[in-house]
Design a protein around this ligand. Structure first.
Ligand code: 5AD
Ligand code: SF4
Length: 453
């Protein structure tokens, strides 16, 4: 077999970033090499997103751009591959393989065959278990890593294409998850984020998400454990109780609210009201007083009125979000919402997004400023340059960014700090008295940078 040089890029969510590492491992396990420049590659793999039209247009643009590497075999995988299938051959003629979200284990053989005879392949079948056939071993060694715990989604929020592209919810076995996290920790990782479209739906026999988190904490030496994403309808006190009890289970939750009006939430098929969402936050904060909450919000959902949008602004003022990711509604063919005309004009969506971002920033400043003077701990995971000064970057357990002067510290250290200043939503900290907890193991090379939408 010819040893190929594989280059990869990922668009979209953390799950795609993780699965790109899985794909790289599948190739590395067969003796292929992973390279970091497309110029050197025999095979270019682009993992794509379909969540909004903009994400697809960016991926197509990038694929056309990569097509200039005429000697390389181009593979498209991920959500856009699943959605467009063989149509991608027409959109981007250089593409040789289209691999949907459930077919990555087939890629090494297909790439080898296509490298031999120039054949084209399309794989759109969905796998029926949560496993991958490999874990992302090749790029191990980052201070922070992702681990997928569930695939797929069955929530059918009316705007969302994901259930159609990633299939029914499948959970990985707890044993495979614990094994992968143990191995990451043995390679120097200290912070793990468990991933799934809705992690709270996790089930392995009688084991639920809370049970899985307890097991990971009991059976591995992971120093910080996080998770993404939870559905507000499903998350309950048991998860917060574990957070309150276990310092290693970080006090941050990403809980997408999407909208602030009950009529829009119902049209979105979210399964909760504004008040039920706010009540969840009250529960979370009563059990874990310092918990940080982040969210996702969509503006311009079909039929959304100015008054309904104002309720979203009002919710943001009430909810005390640490951060919010905000999006303009983008109709996705095949979803329930796409049957209603996309009647909020582009100008109106833009205006609402602008107004929303202003309130989000104002609130963010207020919430973060309230932390000034507090003492916390940060996990160092890189450097940042401020003029000619080099500063180290770290995260608090709540996932807040802090910069500190380098003085003898290194990636993977957990350092006590006092939060002194806030500049552009990033804290500047002073190293405080108390022990620095160094990572006993080498943290190895940083993970390969990824493209984000
Ligand atoms: N249009 C705009 N935003 C969307 N999201 C999901 N589908 C759409 C869509 N059709 C947003 C949601 C979700 C995040 C990942 O992307 O806010 O939480
Ligand atoms: Fe991830 Fe959703 Fe984009 Fe698919 S469509 S890559 S699941 S964000």
């Amino acid at each position: 077999m010819k040893r190929l040089k594989i280059y990869r890029e990922s668009f979209g969510c953390q799950m795609n970033a993780y699965e790109s590492d899985v794909i790289a491992s599948l190739f590395a396990d067969r003796g292929h090499a992973i390279v970091e420049e497309p110029e050197r590659a025999d095979c270019i793999i682009v993992n794509t997103c379909s969540v909004r039209d903009h994400a697809e247009r960016r991926a197509i643009g990038r694929l056309l751009d990569l097509s200039r590497h005429r000697e390389a075999l181009i593979v498209v995988c991920g959500c856009m591959a699943q959605r467009l299938g063989a149509a991608l051959f027409d959109l981007v003629p250089a593409v040789r393989i289209v691999a949907g979200t459930g077919s990555y284990a087939l890629l090494p053989d297909a790439v080898a065959a296509s490298a031999e005879d120039g054949g084209r392949f399309v794989f759109l079948e969905m796998d029926d278990d949560g496993e991958y056939g490999a874990s992302p071993a090749d790029s191990r060694g980052g201070v922070s890593r992702y681990v997928s715990i569930t695939k797929g989604c069955e929530n059918y929020c009316s705007y969302c294409i994901v259930p159609y592209l990633r299939g029914k919810t499948r959970s990985r076995s707890a044993e495979a998850i614990v094994r992968e996290i143990s191995s990451d920790v043995a390679h120097g990782t200290r912070d793990i984020t468990m991933l799934g479209q809705n992690v709270i739906a996790y089930r392995d026999g009688a084991l639920d998400f809370r049970g899985l988190a307890e097991r990971v904490l009991a059976e591995t030496d992971v120093r910080r454990l996080r998770f993404l994403t939870s559905h507000p309808r499903d998350v309950d006190a048991s998860v917060f109780e574990l957070m309150a009890r276990e310092k290693r289970f970080c006090s941050h939750i990403h809980l997408p609210v999407q909208a602030g009006s009950d009529r829009i939430l119902a049209a979105m098929n979210r399964g909760y009201t504004r008040e039920a969402y706010l009540e969840r936050l009250r529960t979370a904060r009563s059990i874990v007083p310092g918990i940080a909450v982040t969210t996702d919000i969509i503006v311009g959902f079909p039929t959304e009125t100015d008054e309904e949008f104002a309720q979203t602004l009002d919710l943001v003022r009430e909810a005390r979000f640490d951060a919010a990711f905000t999006f303009q509604y983008s109709p996705r063919a095949g979803t329930a919402a796409s049957e209603t005309p996309d009647d909020v004009s582009a100008a109106k969506k833009k205006e609402r997004l602008y107004a929303l971002n202003a309130v989000v920033r104002e609130e963010r400043g207020r919430i973060l400023s309230a932390q000034l003077g507090n003492r916390t701990e940060i996990l160092l995971d890189g450097a940042s340059h401020k003029g000619e000064y080099r500063l180290l970057k770290g995260r608090t357990p709540e996932f807040r960014n802090v910069l500190v002067p380098p003085g003898g510290l290194k990636d993977g250290d957990i350092v006590p700090v006092v939060l002194k200043r806030l500049v552009n939503f990033t804290f500047e900290g002073e190293v405080a008295a108390g022990g620095i907890e160094s990572n006993g193991r080498s943290s190895g090379p940083a993970p390969i940078p990824r493209r984000r939408t």
